[in-house]
Write a protein that binds this ligand. Structure first.
Ligand code: MG
Length: 386
């Protein structure tokens, strides 16, 4: 790359954030860290700040401000607290790229702030597009903020479309690992414990997204995200279970040609591409050995065992504030499941009941999105006894 890229990592202590810093560590001559933010993990944030020496850090939990500020006081690193600080700092002139690796709906506000400042968005927070798709995409166009997907599937689709020129795709084949319950029957899934749901076969991720993978709501989110990013609708997105997670997704064209993007599951690859795009940099990952792989397999997802897939398709077709309501209800239900308050199938059940009970808004603005989120989150929490 011709000059160093100055990056902000929102959610630097989470799974994506830590892997992003590993990418930076391997290319210190190309990337400069300007801003790191964390929700709660004060010790790791301090450690990261001492290693990468950003201009500023934000600890969102204000109770932990003093500790972080004291630890970084001898260094020339500014320390701030609270989500409002994240929103005002992402627009700083010295930042080129904002990696949004926050978990859940909380990623929406800072992402919008970064878009309004015209930053390149390396989007790793899928709830941003699920909850606020139309508003976010409109703002990205208005402020000319490019959105480069970090999620492995969307990065794959993005890569498959490079070089497609004016040619329209006919279908996206969105691959899914199937999660920990791929081979379980429904009765066994109904009794699944938190520990069992947290055991993902292919990807090592945070708790929220791992439960979303077990219910396959994660794939529902990704379907919605793909509709916004690639300007299409659910009818053109075919979800296919591919347990080896080698093909990260595929795109089919008019002539039936299918382009796939492959690699061993390693999030550093899409993270690095988003940060260095359009250039590709070296990476110390495992390369594919096809003869050793032998077989790649594919299955149809089971809508009966994984009702969240149908719920997501319904929410996207209905549009308006429905995907936002679905996301908020899911966030509350997953928290309740992780707290052992509800059982596995209470998650889709809570989401459906919540979607039926919240007033439909056809063309929501940003304020409606926030209101729908708060209302649905509170309603779902109440349903789950949280
Ligand atoms: Mg994914």
């Amino acid at each position: 790359m011709d000059s160093r890229r100055h990056i902000a990592i929102l959610g630097s202590t989470g799974s994506i954030g830590r892997q992003a810093l590993d990418v930076v560590r391997q290319h210190r001559d190309l990337f400069e860290v300007e801003l790191l933010t964390a929700n709660n993990s004060d010790d790791l944030l301090i450690e990261q700040a001492l290693e990468f020496n950003p201009g500023a850090v934000v600890i969102c939990n204000e109770d932990k401000y003093r500790k972080v500020a004291d630890a970084l006081q001898p260094k020339d690193i500014k320390v701030f607290a609270g989500m409002d600080s994240v929103c005002s700092l992402v627009g700083a002139d010295d930042i080129d790229i904002v990696l949004t690796a926050l978990v859940g709906f909380s990623g929406l506000r800072p992402t919008i702030a970064a878009i309004k400042a015209g930053k390149i968005i390396a989007l790793a927070n899928k709830e941003t597009l699920v909850a606020g798709g139309s508003v976010v995409m409109d703002l990205a166009r208005k402020y000319r903020a490019p959105i480069i997907p970090v999620d492995s599937e969307h990065s794959a689709i993005f890569q498959c479309l490079l070089g497609a020129g004016e040619n329209n795709f006919t279908r996206i084949h969105l691959t899914a690992s199937g999660g920990p319950f791929r081979t379980w029957d429904k009765a066994r899934m109904a009794e699944a414990t938190r520990k069992e749901a947290l055991k993902h076969p292919q990807w090592n991720m945070g708790a929220k997204i791992t439960i979303d993978s077990a219910t396959m709501m994660n794939k529902g989110f990704e379907m919605i995200e793909a509709c916004w990013l690639f300007d299409t609708d659910p009818s053109r997105i075919n979800i296919v279970v591919h347990p080896q997670s080698i093909i990260h997704s595929m795109v089919e064209f008019e002539d039936g040609a299918v382009i796939a993007q492959m690699g061993h599951p390693d999030m550093r690859e899409p993270i690095q591409l988003a940060l260095s795009f359009p250039e590709r940099l070296s990476l110390d990952n495992r390369k594919l050995d096809f003869a050793a792989l032998g077989t790649l397999t594919f299955e149809q997802p089971d809508p009966d065992r994984f009702p969240c897939l149908g719920i997501a398709a319904h929410a996207m077709k209905k549009g308006g504030n429905m995907p936002c309501v679905m996301n908020a209800a899911n966030e509350a239900a997953v928290a309740a499941f992780l707290a052992d308050k509800i059982r596995f199938y209470d998650i889709p059940d809570t989401i459906s009941r919540c979607m039926d009970s919240i007033e439909f808004v056809g063309q929501p603005g940003l304020e409606d999105i926030f209101a729908s989120n708060d209302e649905a989150f509170a309603r779902a929490k109440e349903m789950c006894g949280l």
